[in-house]
Design a protein around this ligand. Structure first.
Ligand code: UDX
Ligand code: UDX
Length: 444
């Protein structure tokens, strides 16, 4: 059993701290957001993540998980001074794609000013290669008096919507440090998970994270490029991905063509890695192509809508007078996260073409309201369908998998469906009387 402090209660920090508590450790999670901490102390979570609410409440009830605004309370707690302090604050995209480390700096400085005993400082946030050394310099420079510490890089690989499962069943644990003993102490935390543990140096651990995310993003842009070629040649990209996936060297995962990758990680991490390369004079040709394909994928869906329902007269903007419904707003299913949401990006492009937009998402409606203007947020799919000239499937929520399409057809102005996630079968939808377009599902 270890005493742990976690700085940041977002998707990464809250899940990480709760899982450590569930493994029997004593955890105090700290945040600068007072409302967030007050709500957490009432068992109200700031994020939607399947299974997390129950796990938080159970571990709070057991006394293993606490939330505080105070670094001092978290680190120097008299009964259980923290041996490890995890930094899990946001690392948003900054200028030129460079990761913005202001929050990491703030956390490191406060840890340095607060710690009264030796601790291991662990970077959980995704941070550029070299940040571990930078954090060590900040702590050394900020400490009122020298107190021994180590810095360990321990990047997170959890996916939103599957965060607890990914946290508790990791494919591997990556630990990097100048001091292998410190890395091995952190490794003890993860022993119950029985996952392979890689212990390496700081920079290599930081690069493993970026290279992993960039490779997954590359797989997605690859299959999206193949989907565009499939549309020209009459092949079905879903079948292509299935055929590819049986090859163990390729693997079926992350070969779903769609709207391109969104979320708070892939977009910012690919840009950050490209930026790291560029400032070292290494032109990231492949990463640049991955990003371009990703942006184009959203635009090509808008072009499909224009082609299906757009105005012909030059005097009208492409979608003037047309109403388009968006089913799903989150960047993927099972999350309420709207960061870099592809459906939101597509809505803005449709609005620029003069379209009126209606939308529904099972979970992300609150977050959507903060990001969208002039969109009619609806109660359900059928409310969206009323009067629409086209429907777009934007997020692959389970509840969209068995809809009453006869009813939807009767509610729409025109039975046009653009399936951004290849959730449906073209032949089935066409038999129901819909004009159907998927992504790479044969001739467009
Ligand atoms: C994000 C990215 O998703 C992930 O790739 C990166 O590694 C870390 O940042 P996430 O948990 O999603 O992780 O961050 P976010 O949801 O933005 O939460 C960050 C939390 O840190 C917020 O609750 C914020 O209030 C808190 N915070 C921020 C602090 O406690 N102190 C600070 O100085 C800044
Ligand atoms: C990702 C990484 O998977 C995770 O390891 C890392 O810690 C954080 O970033 P996340 O962003 O939560 O996780 O979601 P993920 O499931 O990876 O999907 C990312 C984006 O790619 C989503 O917009 C998703 O819709 C899209 N995607 C994913 C595809 O378009 N096709 C696919 O085959 C898989």
């Amino acid at each position: 059993m270890k005493n742990i402090a976690v700085i940041g209660t977002g998707y990464v920090g809250l899940v990480t701290g709760t899982c450590f508590a569930d493994l029997g450790n004593r955890v105090v999670c700290v945040d600068i957001n007072e409302e967030r901490i007050n709500n957490l102390n009432k068992g109200i979570l700031p994020i939607y993540e399947p299974g997390l609410e129950e796990m938080v409440r159970r571990n709070m009830a057991s006394g293993r998980l606490n939330f505080s605004l105070s670094y001092d309370e978290a680190i120097n707690n008299a009964d259980s001074p923290a041996e490890m302090v995890f930094i899990a604050v946001g690392t948003p995209e900054g200028v030129d794609g460079e990761a913005d480390l202001r929050y990491v700096r703030a956390a490191a400085e406060t840890i340095a000013e607060t710690m009264k005993h030796q601790v291991i400082i662990i970077n959980k946030s995704t941070v550029p290669v070299g940040t571990g050394d930078w954090v060590a310099d900040i702590v050394r420079g900020k400490q009122p008096e020298p107190i021994a510490f180590d810095v360990v890089s321990n990047p997170e690989f959890l996916r939103e919507g599957a965060a607890i499962s990914d946290c508790m069943n990791p494919d591997r644990i990556v630990l990097g440090s100048l001091n292998r003993d410190a890395a091995n102490k952190v490794a003890q935390l993860y022993m119950p998970l029985r996952a392979p543990i890689i212990v390496t140096d700081l920079r290599t651990a930081e690069m493993i994270k970026y290279a992993s995310n960039a490779f997954l993003a590359t797989k997605i842009s690859f299959i999206n490029e193949i989907s565009n070629i499939c549309e020209a040649l009459g092949a079905d990209v879903k079948e292509v991905a299935a055929g590819m996936g049986y090859d163990k060297r390729i693997g079926r995962a992350f070969l779903d063509a769609g709207l391109g990758y969104g979320g708070s990680c892939f977009p910012k991490d690919v840009k950050a890695l490209a930026h790291m390369a560029n400032i070292q004079g290494k032109h990231p040709q492949l990463l640049e192509a991955v990003m371009t394909i990703n942006t184009d994928q959203r635009r090509s869906l808008v072009n499909k809508v224009r082609g299906l329902i757009g105005n012909n007269g030059a005097h009208l903007s492409k979608l003037e007078g047309k109403t388009v419904g968006m089913l799903g707003l989150a960047f993927k299913a099972n999350t309420d996260d709207m960061r870099e949401s592809q459906p939101v990006d597509i809505i803005r492009m449709l609005q620029a073409d003069g379209a009126q937009i209606k939308a529904y998402d099972p979970v992300a409606m609150d977050n959507a309201g903060k990001q969208l203007q002039n969109v009619k947020l609806c109660e359900d799919v059928y409310d969206v369908a009323v009067g629409c000239d086209a429907l777009i499937l934007g997020t692959e929520w389970n509840e969209f998998k068995n809809l009453d399409w006869h009813r939807i057809k009767g509610l729409m102005r025109k039975p046009v469906l653009v399936d951004g996630r290849n959730l449906y079968e073209p032949a089935v939808m066409r038999d129901l009387g819909f004009t159907y377009r998927g992504v790479g599902r044969g001739y467009a």
